[in-house]
Every structure is written in C-alpha cells, then in structure tokens.
Design a protein around this ligand. Structure first.
Ligand code: ZN
Length: 446
C-alpha cells in the first residue's frame, strides 16, 4: 500500500470476486490495491473504517433525463446530480431529450456540456439523439464522445424530438452500425398503440390498456430483425413487457448484438396498486401487473435482462394531472433507485452483489466505461457508495433532492440507507450533506 493517500475499510466490500472484509487503497482518485481487512495503513494515509456498512462501487445510471438547459424547472444538473449522489450513484448518462436544445448536433452537445460542467456533483456523460433529419450529425456526435444514440419508434412526448418510422430507423441504424456505435431504442410500436383503446381519465386500467404489451413486443421483434440483418449493436430501453423476453433470449442466442434494461418502477411497483388519478405512477411503457413483474425478475436472474436504470424523467407538479392520457409521463426515482431495487431484490432472495451487477458493472460496460467504473478493483476510479443494508426509511418527498418532489414511492418503507458517496476518492455526500460540485464530464473512450 505504499502510495496510498486513503484507505477505506469495511467488513463487507463488494468486489467482482464476491463480498469480503477488505481494505481498499486509493491514490490520485484511483483504486491502487484491494487488501486484507487488517492490512497496515501506510504512514500519512487516512483511514476510513465503515465497520459493517457495505462498501460498493458507485452506481452507474445510464438513463437519466436532466432537462437542462431549457426545462430546468423540471430538473437541472445541480439537483439531479445531488439526488444521484444521495442515492449512491456516481455516474449518470443524460438522455438527449427534454432539454432545449436536445442533444442532436455537436453544437447542442457543447451547450449541454457547458451547462453541466459547473453544476455536476457526479460524473456526467451524454447520449445523442437520432431524429428523422439528423443522420449527417450522428458520426460527428460519435466522434465528439456521445455514448450512443437514442431513437423513439412512437411519439416521444416532446415536439422537438420526433420519432423514426421504419425507414428512418433503418437509415439511422445502418449509419450507426457503420462506425460500430450503439443505438438505444424506446420500443413501442405506433400502429399497435393506435389500435389500442384510448380512453382518457383517472382510471389506471384504462391507461394500461392504452399501452399494451404487444406494442412493445412488436417493436422489439422489428428491432431484433433489423439489428440481425445490419449486424448493429442495439439496446432496448426500459423493457416493461415480460412477453418480449423469449424473443429477446432467442435473438441473443442466435448472436444478435442486443442488450436490455428495465427500471426500478417496473420491478417494485404494480398496476394493481396504482390509485386512480395518481399520475406520479405514469410512464411509457407503463407499470404492468404483478405477474408480469415476476417475469422481469426471472429475466434479471437468468441474465436475459442486463441491467437496471432509473429512467428518471420528472416534470413540474402541475403537469402531473389526474388524467392519465394527458399527464406528463415519467417517474422520478433517481435518489431512491438503489433502496427500491435492493428492498425488492432481497425479498426475492437476491444479494447486493446482484444489485451491483445490474446497476453498476453492467451499465458501465454498456457505455464502454468498464475499465474505469462499475467495480471495486485495482485501476478503477475510487467511486463508492457506503450502504447500511438493513436500515430502513420511509420515503418523505420533502427529503428528496429532485427539483420537483413528486414521487411514486412516497410513503413506502425502503431498506438500505446510503451513508456516504465517494467520487475519485473524495467524499461528495455524507448523511445528506454535499461538498461543492466536483463531477467531471465523460466522453466515450474509443
Ligand atoms: Zn427515458
């Protein structure tokens, strides 16, 4: 441990080889050694002993809508990254839409990076957007360091980010495959959505019927076929329909380069429990029935679903009306995602190692940050969350760092309290107090 400036010690450190008592040495923001628990602390190094609290790699959340600049009344980099730090997240990748401008040209990317740079409490990277008219911008965005490109197959919810039809999808996918980029897709088929009964109002069952599983299943089937034909890397965003999983598993077995994520709300909330008019539960695709949720958990367990990300997509409270058809669709979960997933996971017999795999290691790999993030291992950034895994708390919206304190988790009792969060060896959050922003902008590493 000769060069260590800092030693972090816990009886439960989650490493890629399993959970063990260990001392983690840090120098220049990087992990330099993972040593036995009782290893000598070198002279001059500071020791932080967390006792039985768990030391885990900081989470990497690759699906966050920060909305800054342009819709900062919905969320901004300062508030989003504070909420993330409070929840044990040390890296987020920002979605290209709901900010103004959207991240669809290099100029727009620069604008967003400038806004984020001064405010970020954690590391921040960016997705680009694939629109019907910006195929020429994709390669320059890729070269400028976006981690991949988001496309919608059905209306996105904001006019400045139109969706792709099948021709547009094929064009964008071929272009992106040409430089071996990653295409990430909101997969709901517009024809199936149009064919579903569209009854507005406060009844959640009507909303659920308006976004049926077969809209997802059909869209995923089309994506899989196209990805297979073009040899493209495609990632299915926020999968909610368990019915799409056999098709996904088959495609992967046949070598299609497909990855899949789901979200805490699909894994922890059910359609049966959504109160009428409670549009804080509205998102697209929707939260489905309990039986469907069991299928999603099975797919996480067997690896068909790769990872879990928040899809944190807030708005101001006034847009969360009691009419499910017109209320803003998006769930705020950034600060609560680790506790929500851990609470449900442990009840289903999973360990924290599984949660770390789904929310840190695999998401880091998805965006090509696997050499720097996602594990307590030598050479990785010294990004950590310290978690009291058995401590419980009741979700009080007033205690959230999100700009708008609207949450579907209000009043729930969750297990797992994040005591502190560390970024490159610096404690950036402890017991709800934050240091000055010291996050960095991340770009795709070639
Ligand atoms: Zn989203």
């Amino acid at each position: 441990m000769s060069d260590a400036e800092l030693v972090l010690r816990s009886t439960r450190v989650i490493t890629p080889e399993g959970t063990r008592a260990a001392s983690v040495a840090v120098a220049d923001g990087t992990i330099t050694a993972v040593l036995p628990y009782g290893a000598d602390v070198p002279p001059g190094a500071r020791l932080e002993d967390f006792g039985d609290d768990v030391l885990l790699p900081g989470l990497v959340d690759t699906h966050v809508h920060v909305n800054d600049p342009g819709r900062t009344e919905w969320e901004g980099f300062r508030t989003a990254t504070r909420a993330a730090a409070a929840g044990g997240i040390t890296t987020l990748v920002d979605m290209p839409l709901n900010s103004l401008p959207p991240t669809t040209t290099v100029t727009h990317l620069r604008t967003k990076q400038e806004v984020a740079a001064a405010q970020a409490h954690i590391d921040v990277g960016f997705w680009g957007g694939a629109l019907p008219d910006n195929v020429k911008d994709l390669r320059p965005l890729h070269d400028a360091g976006v981690f991949g490109f988001k496309a919608f197959l059905s209306p996105s919810g904001v006019d400045e980010f139109p969706h792709l039809d099948q021709d547009g999808l094929a064009r964008a996918m071929a272009e992106i495959a040409g430089f071996d980029g990653l295409l990430i897709v909101h997969a709901e088929d517009p024809q199936r959505l149009a064919a579903a009964p569209q009854r507005g109002g406060p009844d959640y069952a009507d909303f659920l019927a308006s976004r049926p599983r077969d809209a997802e299943d059909t869209a995923v089937a089309g994506l899989v076929a196209l990805a297979g034909r073009l040899g493209a890397r495609v990632h299915v965003l926020h999968l909610s329909s368990g019915d799409a999983l056999p098709l996904i598993a088959r495609a992967r077995a046949e070598g299609v380069r497909l990855t899949v994520e789901t979200c805490p709300h699909y894994l922890t909330l059910t359609a049966e429990e959504v109160p009428d008019g409670a549009s804080e539960f509205k998102c697209c695709p929707p939260i489905r029935e309990a039986a469907n949720q069991d299928v999603l958990w099975q797919a996480l367990a067997d690896g068909t679903i790769d990872c879990v990300v928040t899809d944190h997509s807030p708005s101001t409270a006034d847009l969360k009306t009691d009419d499910f058809a017109t209320a803003w669709g998006g769930i705020s979960g950034l600060q609560l995602s680790l506790a929500a997933v851990w609470t449900e996971a442990r009840g289903r017999g999973h360990g924290l190692e599984d949660v770390v795999r789904w929310m840190s290691a695999r998401t880091a790999e998805l965006v090509g940050l696997g050499a720097h993030k996602g594990a307590v291992a030598v050479g990785r950034d010294a990004d950590f969350a310290v978690l009291a895994p058995d401590e419980t708390f009741t979700v009080d919206p007033a205690a959230l760092q999100h700009r708008n304190r609207v949450t579907a988790y209000a009043g729930r009792t969750l297990t797992g309290v994040v005591k502190s969060t560390w970024l490159r060896g610096e404690r950036i959050m402890a017991d709800g107090e934050f240091t000055a922003p010291r996050g960095r902008l991340l770009t795709r590493t070639p």
